[in-house]
Design a protein around this ligand. Structure first.
Ligand code: HEM
Length: 457
């Protein structure tokens, strides 16, 4: 058990007094997690006023209302949509209303369990390459590896294979560099939004992000074009791009335009690898500091896999590794905070919310809330033993309801295959000071997860 390891995973800085508008704006630019007040970890809902009234919800019944029962009343907040729009337009993640509905109907079948299982061999091959890279790291001295970088390389490898069938039309390094530039610029909450500068006033990040967004779009558009030339109208689908080219709304037969396709593929490529890599890096940080749990996970993986890399068929036979991933995403949900706008008056946890109010959904605080979790600050994978029942809206790394993450199966499969393969072969121990969680768009370990890596036999 983790408790025996006597390790308390790193948390976020919590401000106990009310911050001014400027302090909040500066905190949000530094680390979005800092805007979550101490009360949000103890109460179902916290409200306040900056320019507009805002609420922070950390109650499972409240999430059920916002994400399912009264979904139409809580569209995505314009501030968040605006941050993402240059990169992903009004594609599935960013769209609302009818524009969202038809895209969701078209894209859902792309991610059926069957389709995702068909993509698993690319994940197994990637796990093999990730382990070869770690062996190189051990051999070339140092015996240390920075696991965020390693995991980003691994999951990007998967998405290049399954989204764009390899790299012949696609320079993965140039694309990776453009993503990093984008996250460093537009990915930061804008000070101007918090200070109430009108929406038509251009934000500096948008100028800086422009060039990286254009690079990414041109590359994705070229890869799509190359695919269309290679397989004109064959309808044969064997990877994500083929499925997306064939996707249509089952009710109307509507297909995606070239731009919609680029925006959606762009989102899959960025979101599909960044979030999963962070989940993996945090899991390795936790296990490196919890030797007893790591030993248990290693034994489970070794018994099932021996010296081969994991496949889709192995995952059900390694339940503890799934629990480790789930508990890692409880403590460090890659998407730590979402925001919605209130359309019509409603009641959440006994509080009236009014049209135009901002509603924050701090998944981070929901997952560490003292009303819903025992010893919330500790790493205890056994909480996710399937025999233990809990409110399904208490644990939401992938969101919930009609807008639940469409790639959740894909993410869990890729993470399970990579993590179990590495745990079967390597032992990880901390090397250097631990990371701090910093959220801009996603919750990243800063400055990284530096570990000592040894081959296990
Ligand atoms: C560990 C990995 C991942 C995490 C933690 C994650 C998390 C989330 C969350 C929390 C949402 C809901 C957002 C909201 O309600 O505002 C979401 C939506 C979405 N995710 Fe993921 N995601 C992951 C991986 C992926 C992957 C691999 C893909 C695709 C390849 C993907 C595609 C999407 C899409 C398209 C949506 C929007 C769905 C809609 O609005 O209908 N995600 N994700």
């Amino acid at each position: 058990m983790a408790m025996a390891d006597n390790f308390i995973p790193v948390g976020a800085p919590v401000h106990r007094r009310v911050m001014s508008r400027l302090e909040t704006a500066l905190a949000a630019r530094r680390n979005v997690l800092e805007i979550i007040p101490a009360l949000a970890y103890r109460q179902p809902i916290v409200s306040g006023e900056m320019l507009m009234r805002w609420h922070m919800l950390a109650d499972p019944a409240g999430y059920r209302r916002v994400m399912s029962d009264n979904l139409a009343n809580y569209p995505k907040s314009e501030i968040m949509r605006r941050m993402l729009r240059p990169a992903i337009g009004d594609s599935l993640f960013n769209a609302d209303g009818a524009e969202w509905r038809w895209q969701r109907r078209a894209v859902t079948p792309v991610f059926t369990h069957r389709n995702v299982v068909a993509l698993a061999p690319a994940m197994t091959a990637t796990a093999e390459r990730a382990s070869a890279r770690l062996i190189d790291a051990i051999m070339t001295g140092g015996r240390q590896a920075e696991m965020v970088g390693e995991m980003l390389t691994a999951t990007f490898d998967v998405i290049c294979d399954v989204a764009l069938s390899g790299r012949e039309h696609f320079d993965a390094n140039a694309f990776g560099a453009a993503i990093t530039r984008y996250f460093q610029t537009a990915g930061r909450a804008s000070l101007l939004d918090f200070l109430g500068v009108p929406q038509w006033f251009p934000r500096p990040g948008e100028f800086l992000a422009g060039a990286s967004v254009r690079t990414m779009h041109d590359m994705v558009a070229n890869a799509i074009e190359a695919r269309r030339r290679e397989q004109p109208g064959t309808g044969a689908a064997d990877d994500l791009l083929d499925h997306m080219l064939a996707a249509e709304d089952p009710e109307t037969g509507h297909r995606m335009s070239a731009d919609e396709l680029v925006f959606n593929m762009q989102f899959f490529i960025v979101a599909g690898h960044e979030t999963t890599a962070l989940a993996l890096a945090w899991a390795l940080y936790l296990l490196a500091n919890s030797p007893a749990d790591q030993k248990k996970a290693h034994e489970e993986a070794r018994t099932r896999l021996g010296s081969r890399a994991a496949t889709a068929a192995d995952l059900d036979a390694m339940p503890f590794i799934t629990q480790v991933l789930e508990e890692s995403m409880r403590l460090y949900p890659p998407v730590g905070l979402l925001a919605r706008t209130v359309v019509a008056e409603d009641e959440l946890c006994g509080r009236t919310v009014k049209p135009g109010d901002i509603l924050f959904l701090p998944i981070w605080a929901l997952h560490r809330h003292e009303m819903w979790w025992e010893r919330p600050e500790l790493f205890e994978p056994a909480r996710f033993d399937p025999a233990i029942r809990r409110d399904k809206y208490q644990y939401l790394p992938f969101g919930a309801g009609p807008r639940v993450c469409v790639g959740a199966n894909f993410a869990m499969m890729q993470a399970g295959i990579i993590l179990s393969t590495l745990l079967a072969r390597f032992r990880f121990t901390p090397a250097g000071p631990g990371p701090r969680p910093i959220m801009s768009m996603t919750v990243r370990p800063d400055p990284g997860v530096l570990l000592q890596v040894e081959k296990t036999e």
